[in-house]
Design a protein. Structure first.
Length: 73
């Protein structure tokens, strides 16, 4: 990179760093949401909520469908 481009680009470095940090956080969140362990945990929580009567069978089915749809998307 030429020195002049470096000098004028230097003030934008913090912004570039912030954008990269946001991208990394998004990637990490997507990995955690799509991990088999997280999906299993969410489905088990749904099953427990249904067993304790917190949600109806229809709500459980809809939420299960949504979770599995997110996995395939």
């Amino acid at each position: 990179m030429d020195p002049l481009g470096f000098i004028f680009g230097l003030p934008l470095a913090p912004l570039r760093g912030l954008v990269r940090l946001a991208e990394l956080l998004q990637e990490q969140a997507e990995q955690e949401l799509r991990s088999p362990t997280a999906i299993r945990r969410r489905l088990e929580e749904l099953e427990e909520a249904r067993a304790s009567g917190e949600i109806s069978e229809e709500e459980e089915a809809a939420e299960t469908e949504r979770i599995l749809g997110d996995l395939l998307a």
